[in-house]
Design a protein around this ligand. Structure first.
Ligand code: SAM
Length: 237
């Protein structure tokens, strides 16, 4: 049986987070990174956002833990001819010196880690005055143990946090200042035509994989009222 991230990688999913690529472009538009900003994307998946940031003139490094994701991200960067440095690495232990980046950008990744160790790493690799932008899965209310188990076992999530729980996690970090957007309910993801998506079509012939995709649909639909996202912004002193 595949794990959830390997399934996403094999499906070539380019924007596997609440709000999809549209939300990513809006957030990046609001941030307005100056050309040459050294950005680290953590959990880059198939590299779509990393390439987009590079197309805007950012100096981009992207990491992901999953080998299949890394291969697709390398392919995307090569085809699109954007100079993205792509490294296979874990968010909780990154192979970069302290104070390397102006910004860390990450979407739907920290929730898959213990949280505190990844946030410590984001802080460590940021330069003084560097900023973290983290869009994460969040819940409108605390879930029951049974609900949590269902989501954690399928998605491999470590924690299912409400917005106040995300803020509590940030309060234990070394970030000088942080803020969170309001909870935003998960919108139905529209297929937004990723021209460089590479799908492993063989997947659709495997009954266990098809069952997994159907379970994903079911979970998304069952939890649609309580599942959503938050954008955390945090500043290093
Ligand atoms: C839900 S996907 C989101 C991918 C991408 N950020 C996007 O929005 O399309 C989560 C990604 O985080 C990666 N990931 C999960 N845990 C990680 C970790 N500890 N270190 C690095 N990458 C991780 C997974 O391999 C996967 O590519």
């Amino acid at each position: 049986m595949l794990d959830y991230h390997t399934l996403l990688a094999r499906l070539g999913e380019g924007s596997a987070h609440p709000g999809g690529f549209q939300a990513t472009k809006e957030l990046i538009g609001q941030i307005g990174f100056p050309r040459g900003t050294k950005v680290l994307e953590v959990g880059c998946g198939t590299g779509r956002t990393a390439c987009y940031l590079a197309s805007l003139g950012c100096n981009v490094t992207a990491i992901d833990r999953n080998e299949d994701m890394i291969q697709k991200a390398i392919y995307r960067a090569k085809i699109s001819e954007f100079p993205v440095r792509i490294v296979q690495a874990d968010a909780a232990s990154m192979p970069f010196p302290d104070e390397t980046f102006d910004a860390v950008f990450t979407e739907s990744v920290t929730a898959f880690t213990q949280g505190s160790s990844a946030i410590r790493e984001y802080w460590r690799v940021l330069k003084p005055k560097g900023v973290l932008y983290d869009r994460e899965l969040a819940f409108a209310m605390k879930l029951t143990t049974v609900q949590k188990k269902k989501l954690q076992s399928f998605y491999g999530l470590q924690h299912l946090r409400t917005v106040p729980e995300w803020l509590k996690l940030m309060s234990k970090s070394s970030f000088h200042k942080y803020s969170a957007s309001q909870f935003s309910q998960m919108k139905q993801l529209m297929s937004d035509n990723d021209p460089l998506r590479v799908i492993d079509h063989e997947l659709f012939t495997k009954p266990d994989v098809v069952a997994m995709m159907m379970k994903n649909e079911r979970l998304m639909s069952n939890f649609s009222k309580v599942m959503g996202s938050v954008v955390i912004t945090a500043w290093k002193a």
